[in-house]
Design a protein around this ligand. Sequence first.
Ligand code: GLP
Length: 266
Amino acid sequence: MRVLIKPDYDSCSKWAAEYIVYKIKLARPTAAKPFVLGLPTGSSPLGIYQELIKQNKEGKVSFQNVVTFNMDEYIGLPPDHPQSYCRFMWDNFFNFIDIKKENVYMLDGMTRDYVSECQRYEEAIQKVGGVNLFLCGIGTDGHIAFNEPASSFASRTRIKLLKPETTKANARFFGGDSTQVPEKVLTVGIGTIMDADEVMLIASGKNKQEAIRQTIEGGVNHLCPASILQMHEHAIVICDECAADKLRPDTIKYFKNIERANMVKK
Ligand code: GLP
C-alpha cells in the first residue's frame, strides 16, 4: 500500500487528479480499448472532479475514450432526483467534461429487479476489460462505496441496507433529515473494487482519522472494509495531515520517507 500524506484537502485533490490524468495518458485509450475509471460520490472527490474539469478545459486530458462506473446508488431515487448519485455525478463532473454519455455507467436505483441490475453492472465491467483505476472515498466507519462494516471481502455488486450511522452521516445532503435518506442502496462489492488494476482512496479531515488509522495500521478486518486495501497490489491512500493525525509517528515517517525516495528516483 502506498500512503501519501499531504498538507491539506486541496493538495490531496490536486495530486489525485494529476495522477488520474497521468494514468489516462499513459494508457493511450482508444474507443476499442478505453481507460476504465471507477468513481465515488460524496464530498471527498469534489476537489478532484474540479481539477479534472479544469485540466479537460485546458486541453490537458480528454475523456473521449474513458468509460466510468459509479460505485453506488440509492434505491428509489430516480436519476434526476437532486440527491441521486446519478444527478450528483452529472452536476459535479460529467456535464463539464468531454465524456460520451454512453460511456457513463450508473446503477439504476429505480429497477425492480435488483439481481439482474447488479449482474448487468458486473457484466458491463467485464465487457470493457475491467476497471483500470477505482477511486474511493471512505466513510467514518471505514466503509467503501456502500459496503458497510462486516460486508464480505468477496462481495460483488448487490443490494445493501445502510446502517443508521451512514444514513445520519449522509443526511447533510437531504436537508439534515436522515429520515429522507433511502435505507436501501445498490453498491459495487468489495470484490468488485479489489478486482481493479489499481485502487486510490482519498480522505481528509478529523472525522476520517479513526477510519484511516484502522485502514493503514489495523489488521485486515471486515469491520473496517477499507483495510482490505492492504491486500491490494496497487493501492494508494491519499490523506491530508489532519486525517493522518491518529497514525503513529513511525508510520508517518515510514511512508513519508518512501515518497521522498520516490521523488529522488524521478
Ligand atoms: C457515502 C458514499 C461513499 C463515500 C462516503 C464518504 O457513504 N457511498 O462512497 O465514500 O459516503 O463520503 P464523504 O466523502 O462525503 O465523506
